[in-house]
Design a protein around this ligand. Structure first.
Ligand SMILES: [Ca+2]
Ligand SMILES: [Ca+2]
Length: 274
């Protein structure tokens, strides 16, 4: 792998054999047709929320570690779904499934890796234990494409928050892991795009992983989104660490709020009368 001055990158070196139990089914035409029809009524909108860089990232599955950016409030990142490359896909379903979660629709990558000197994080499969973080979407750029599954009721009035982990490589690669950025874009059912979000203001890695959060509103089941991990200018590929999905509580329907307010005001009016 070409690079400027750093020692050989372990991204191209020995790696554990990929063992991710992803169900790689082709997208069903019906799913795309349904999502296009739904997009006519309301398209999804993507925005960057912010990032966190502290031990709550390593302890992403530990509920006793506070996580202000966890949109569902259970202090676990990835309550609605999670990827731990080479380890597990949580709440992963076939394309067009009615089960609430996500579907692996594709990846542009040299492979999925989890090397022994990578950052230590919670193991989502066996809570309370640790494991090295894994990486996917390793390319120039790398991409990870996924479809949201479930029913319209799954997403109605809710915000979907996606977290992408960065800075999980070994010490020998921190210096080269600079000038990176991520983007999140919709590729089926809409065209919203966050644009590139710079990681660590362009600084090298330091071994403390970060999570970068993006919100999507107006999600329809069958919508397909893509994370892009851009490479840097010194020949180091893009990559992504674990990915998390969390879903907010539903916002009350306007009609329900109006009726509740109307009922409350009518009670007040009655009380004011003698
Ligand atoms: Ca959560
Ligand atoms: Ca860091």
């Amino acid at each position: 792998m070409p690079h400027a001055s750093a020692p050989p990158l372990s991204l191209a070196g020995p790696a554990l054999p990929p063992s991710l139990p992803f169900v790689k089914l082709p997208l069903l035409p019906t799913a795309a047709a349904l999502s296009l029809a739904a997009a006519a009524s309301h398209a999804a909108s993507i925005g960057f929320v912010g990032s966190v860089e502290n031990s709550s990232v390593n302890e992403w599955r530990t509920a006793t570690t506070p996580k202000p950016l966890d949109i569902d409030g259970d202090n676990i990142f990835g309550s609605f779904g999670a990827v731990h490359w080479t380890v597990a896909g949580l709440n992963e379903f076939p394309a067009a499934s009615a089960s609430p979660g996500w579907h692996y629709a594709g990846e542009t990558t040299f492979g999925q890796y989890r090397n022994p000197d990578y950052a230590i994080i919670d193991n989502p499969v066996t809570p309370g234990t640790d494991i090295t973080a894994g990486i996917g979407a390793v390319q120039f750029p790398g991409t990870f494409t996924f479809e949201m599954t479930g029913t319209p009721e799954t997403y109605a009035g809710r915000t979907l928050r996606i977290g992408i982990m960065a800075d999980i490589l070994g010490p020998g690669e921190w210096a080269a892991d600079s000038g990176k950025s991520y983007s999140l874009s919709q590729i089926s059912g809409g065209t919203s795009d966050s644009g590139p979000i710079t990681l660590r203001a362009g600084a090298p890695g330091n071994g403390q992983p970060e999570l970068y959060f993006f919100d999507i509103t107006g999600v329809n089941p069958g919508d397909v989104f893509r994370i892009t991990a851009f490479p840097n200018l010194v020949g180091f590929p893009g990559y992504i660490g674990p990915v998390t999905w969390d879903l907010s509580s539903p916002i009350p329907e306007p009609s329900t709020s109006f009726l509740a307010a109307a009922a409350a005001s009518s009670i007040l009016l009655r009380r004011r009368r003698p």
